[in-house]
Design a protein around this ligand. Sequence first.
Ligand SMILES: NC(=O)c1ccc[n+]([C@@H]2O[C@H](COP(=O)([O-])OP(=O)(O)OC[C@H]3O[C@@H](n4cnc5c(N)ncnc54)[C@H](O)[C@@H]3O)[C@@H](O)[C@H]2O)c1
Length: 270
Amino acid sequence: MYDLFNIKNKVVVITGGTGVLCSSMVKYLAAHGAKMAVLARDKAKGDKLVDEVTNDGGDAIFLQTDVTDETLLKQNAEEIIRKYGRIDVLINGAGGNMPGATIGPNNTIFDLKIDEFRKVVDVNLMGSVIPTIVFAKYMVDKKQGNIINISSESALRPLTRVAGYGAAKAAVSNFTKYMAGEMAIKFGDNFRVNAMAPGFFITEQNRTLLTNPDGSYSDRGKSIIAHTPFRRFGVPEDLLGTLHYLVSDASKFVTGTVAVVDGGFDAFSI
Ligand SMILES: NC(=O)c1ccc[n+]([C@@H]2O[C@H](COP(=O)([O-])OP(=O)(O)OC[C@H]3O[C@@H](n4cnc5c(N)ncnc54)[C@H](O)[C@@H]3O)[C@@H](O)[C@H]2O)c1
């Protein structure tokens, strides 16, 4: 019987693949038979992750990259084509907040460090736009492609403090929809572009915003939980079902969506 969720042998490129959320995606997709090209900056972390995946019987390679560097990404793409022959799926996972682009509780927008704001836009927005353009070319050669961006709750409604990050992720959601139309109209209905918008997951980047040094929740952490009907933060595994759906043929008529995975935060008012 045709298994809509079969992702065996799909060649999946994932940027930021060594991070907290994306390394869990790498292990999950590899365990379901996908061939993973893990792109990230830290070679030691990347090699360790690839060892873990291959020891568990999966297929993965690591390639060092910078998602804002088109030349490097083109070299990565050539290597992936040499190894696997095609690129079926691109997950634009690299990104995150930067402390300098955040407005602290005792500051105002006039204290914003414009260079840091620019950097956060560069990594999150341009770091999705450039890989999309580089890798989508190879997808067009094979007449099919599937791109999954990682947006954020902060794209849906601005959150206090994370001015630059929210602006950048809102642009990622917008670009997702733009590209859904662009790819389908110009290249046909074998091209899909979607995004996931994770809610609040405690990771290295936001730990100091959400928790105190003793591990208890900060005021911001408490306020997020109070606004989340599920009354908890997400864990990386919470993203895997939605990811699997978007990677697989189960979502083959789905393009231009931003799938929110947030324990109800966005839906909730009072
Ligand atoms: N943690 C959350 O609550 C949350 C919520 C919504 C969205 N997200 C998004 O999910 C994605 C993964 O985040 P995470 O929490 O796992 O963070 P993380 O810091 O663990 O992972 C981010 C990864 O991106 C990589 N990266 C950053 N800049 C890069 C660059 N220029 N080139 C290549 N790689 C680069 C980092 O090295 C790291 O491996 C990010 O896009 C983040 O914005 C996270």
